[in-house]
Design a protein around this ligand. Structure first.
Ligand SMILES: CC(C)(COP(=O)(O)OP(=O)(O)OC[C@H]1O[C@@H](n2cnc3c(N)ncnc32)[C@H](O)[C@@H]1OP(=O)(O)O)[C@@H](O)C(=O)NCCC(=O)NCCS
Length: 390
């Protein structure tokens, strides 16, 4: 078997694999062919000149500590049914890792259907992508905003302001994508049925909602972004106005603020979670790319790390984390006092797991003082959230 980069002409064979793995029509929708998409790189596996596996990495950036960190989003991993169980997917992942590093994708996220496959290569469960199914009547229990929110239907001209509002919100939630790479186009937002927004007095966008209205009695929401509580209450109240026709609002949980602090949630409700995994591809570069808001309030200190990572040898070994003058850097050397496995790096970097959790899971060994400093830096533990699946 050989693993090589994607090349023109692979589309048809990749579609065959993808259809067998994930379903879809026999004849592909041209938009789904890799060559018709932007912002990705890919690898394929061949056996006896036949394509038996494929893996795509999307170009994304993911917010951590308020800065958008270049991230490779691993997607569309598929192996021909007859060739499964012989390490093809593992070989594709092994080829994708250095390719991400070369492209400056210092971290990598993915939505696993098979977590053990990715765990074995250093990814670990880190964050949530959640949806709730709610009756529209529930929204009538919300307090009414002081003034009735005036909403407008968005056009192409409104998209930059809507995106600016999204970024203002997303940069405050660890794990959200910045949707500013080639993998996204602003106009993609207008492809759904409902795009409504509230404008502030200065013409800026205070909040917006996007949703689809499929056949049946269900509304499927995507973004619900609001910069203040009044706007959030107004957008949520407008969802309540689907009462009468709809029996279900499928609510994508985007902002923990309105989901946790404004929604009148019943005692029992169903939330479907699609967890995602994170891997640090290049530790020094990832540390340089992330924001470290807590560092500005901490006095100078160092923590010595020993990274155990057999699949990313470029960052395996000893590093010294230096916190000084509000900046955090990662230099080679040190005593290796804190031992971290590759799988510890993603949840630590994201702040989704604290060192006590990582230690109990057998992923980290540290003295209490070092562990405390590592937690202070990331503010762990706190949830990480993504609103885009891939
Ligand atoms: C999942 C898939 C890509 C695995 O391909 P593969 O070439 O058989 O994987 P590998 O041989 O490299 O598997 C390595 C390890 O991953 C784990 N693994 C692989 N498939 C698994 C599955 N379906 N369930 C649980 N663990 C699995 C096992 O630990 C396996 O090691 P083992 O064979 O020694 O037990 C393939 O079954 C497939 O195409 N499935 C349908 C599409 C899909 O689910 N893609 C993943 C999207 S995230």
């Amino acid at each position: 078997m050989i693993v090589r980069p994607y090349r023109d002409g692979d589309d048809e064979n990749i579609y065959r694999l993808a259809r067998l793995a994930f379903g879809g029509p026999r004849e592909p929708n041209p938009e789904t062919l890799w060559s018709n998409q932007r912002g990705w790189h890919g690898v394929v596996a061949e056996d006896a000149n036949k394509l038996v596996g494929a893996l795509k990495v999307r170009d994304y950036r993911q917010f951590f500590g308020g800065r958008a960190v270049p991230m490779g989003g691993v997607a569309s991993v598929a192996v021909d049914p007859h060739a499964r169980g012989h390490g093809v997917a593992t070989a594709l992942i092994d080829a994708a890792l250095p390719a991400m590093r070369e492209r400056g994708q210092v971290i990598s996220a993915l939505y696993p259907s098979v977590p053990p496959l990715y765990r074995a290569r250093g990814w670990e469960q880190t964050g949530d992508y959640q949806r709730a199914k709610l009756r529209p009547e529930l929204f009538a229990l919300l307090p009414k905003p002081a003034t009735r929110l005036v909403l407008q239907r968005a056009t192409k001209d409104d998209l930059p302001a809507i995106h600016a509002t999204y970024l203002q919100f997303a940069s405050t939630v660890d794990g959200m994508l910045d949707r500013s790479t080639d993998s996204f186009t602003l106009t993609g937002l207008l492809e759904v049925d409902v795009v409504e927004f509230a404008a502030g007095p200065d013409g800026s966008v205070r909040g917006y909602l996007t949703a689809d209205r499929p056949e049946g009695e269900r509304l499927v929401t995507y973004d619900l972004v609001a910069l203040d509580a009044e706007t959030a209450l107004g957008l949520l109240a407008n969802l309540g106005r689907w009462t009468g026709i709809m029996t279900e609002i499928s609510l994508r949980i985007v902002d923990p603020a309105w989901w946790q602090l404004l929604m009148p949630l019943p005692v029992l409700h169903d939330v479907v979670n699609h967890p995602w995994m994170l891997r640090v591809v290049d530790l020094p570069a990832a540390i340089a790319a992330r924001g470290w808001p807590a560092a500005a309030y901490l006095s100078s200190f160092t923590v010595d790390l020993e990274v155990v990572d057999g699949h990313a040898p470029w960052h395996a070994g000893r590093h010294r984390l230096v916190v000084d003058g509000g900046k955090v850097t990662c230099e080679p050397g040190g005593s290796g006092a804190v031992r971290m496995s590759a799988r510890a790096l993603g949840p630590w970097f994201a702040g989704s797991a604290d060192t006590a959790m990582l230690r109990r899971a057998g992923l980290l060994e540290a003295l209490p003082v070092d562990a405390h400093l590592l937690d202070l830096l990331t503010g762990a533990p706190h949830p990480a959230r993504m609103a885009d699946s891939f």
